[in-house]
Design a protein around this ligand. Sequence first.
Ligand code: NAD
Length: 416
Amino acid sequence: MAQAAKMSAFDEVNVFFDRSADRLGLDDGIREMLRRPWRELGVAVPVRMDDGSVQVFSGYRVQHNGARGPYKGGIRFHPQADQEEVRALASLMSWKTSLVNIPFGGAKGGVQCDPRTLSKEELRRLTRRYTTNIEHMLGVNRDIPAPDMGTNSQTMAWMMDAYSSIHGYTPGIVTGKPIEFGGSAGREAATGRGTVFIIVNLAKDMGIDPVGARIVVQGFGNVGMWTARLLQEMGCSVIGISDIGGAIYSESGIDVDAAIEHKKRSELFSDMPGVDYLTNEELLELECDFLVPAAIDGVIHSGNASRIKARVIVEAANHPLTPEADEIVNDRGIPVLPDILVNAGGVIVSYFEWTQNLYQHQWEEERVNDELSKIMTKAYEDVRDTARRDGITYREAAFDIGVGRVAHVADIRGFI
Ligand code: NAD
């Protein structure tokens, strides 16, 4: 029997979009306008490698929807960052910025490469070449990149410098910059902190005491590390963590600070003492209160969704559940807090950073965290109340709010 072709990441995200468009009663033309990216660019990124050879990488920038404001979205350096994945992530940004009600549209960029195999100098040259190749699409009131998987504040400093060398000093052109170079206090921890705000709100509604709650986090980069660290500070028991090389587990709880220290010395978790070692697949199937995928897309799929034993799934990564997995865990009564809500903390503090850059001003970290908490809590309550009112899942509610607002603004702007 012929096998059904595997859906692309963009098609998968659009399964959620299409169901939302049905519930909202959007007509075919509006639906098509909202589904399709408004502008896309693919670029060749030639880089002189340290050994003198030239390698040409593929880079992308996709501006999905700009109805509600300038395009906003991260830059991913990863071997799987192809056009379809970047499109999917760009569309999620449109619904995310709308759901949390900040004045941006949605975009994403990427370079298909493995940053772990490149030297710092090679990464610097790659970042600068990519920036100058997409520079004409960017602008403080047009499109503002940020870090994502495989990129960080150093990458943003290089991007800002490359852009500024053409346009003059422009700190607001990217967010997630180093604090001493126009960055915002609290930006580095923001996506993890936002994830924690969502867990705290849901735990309260479900009557779960966060103190002692059992947490599993997949991915120990910016998002996973901060989420695990802040949850442990609150008294949660982080029983499992992982990175691309594998996972560690301890029934009595892992010392997250010791794991952070260990990662500074060693590439791998597998030589950390006092813990058990698991594969990433085994980690996802651990019994726990909150399972937080914070690495890569599609890790919970039709093949493993029936074996997930978490009480709640909290999507800190973008698109970690395929639509099939989403249906399986919904049928099993496991609530899923969706990516466009959970990981919005990063873009919210990016919004604060952009605002500070426009005014050449710096906020204290306390103010950043307070304002982040207000916006995350309001978005959580909107999603929860819509889900209860309409008898739908948290993901469906989040999409209905996000897509509905974009459709409404596209209409009142009158460009169609
Ligand atoms: P990162 O590069 O800092 O860390 C990624 C982590 O995932 C690393 O620990 C890496 O080892 C691990 N990983 C990579 N591939 C894996 C695999 N196949 N299996 C298991 N682990 C794997 O990236 P990040 O910024 O923490 O982003 C993680 C996720 O969060 C992504 O989905 C990203 O789109 C999303 N996100 C990030 C931000 C942000 O502010 N950085 C904001 C919103 C959403």
